[in-house]
Design a protein around this ligand. Structure first.
Ligand code: ZN
Length: 122
């Protein structure tokens, strides 16, 4: 099976507390230490995930929030594309399952499962 190309992820790791950030901005919003740019593959594995049914006002529910262990970086909080209001297919989301970086959305980083088929929502 062919693997789809994975976008490079613009991540920044805190030199103080080690938290992973998806934007530069100079310093860590948590501890204030400088951030250091990291080159990572964009691949990761689901540490935990949860479907959010009651969303903040500006978001469509349901959507899926996940903690992803990003290869070479650390644990990040993100949303998983394709598992929200437009797609109820949850069958192959598993803890430990591989995900890949999709893009930075206005609501934060977005990942997707690596093996999701093109018509999984259709
Ligand atoms: Zn920090």
């Amino acid at each position: 099976m062919m693997k789809r190309a994975v976008a490079a992820v613009p991540v920044f790791s805190c030199t103080g507390c080690g938290r992973v950030h998806f934007g530069g901005g100079g310093s860590c919003g948590h501890c204030g230490a400088p951030l250091e740019e990291k080159k990572v593959s964009g691949r990761g594995n689901i540490y935990a995930f949860s479907v959010v049914h009651v969303a903040p006002e500006e978001m469509d529910a349901p959507y899926t929030l996940a903690l992803v262990d990003l290869e070479g970086a650390g644990r990040v909080l993100c949303r998983l594309d394709g598992f929200g209001a437009d797609c109820s297919e949850m069958g192959h989301l598993t803890v430990g399952g591989p995900v890949v970086f999709e893009r930075i959305s206005p609501r934060g980083p977005l990942f997707r499962t690596e093996d999701i088929s093109e018509n999984a929502c259709g």
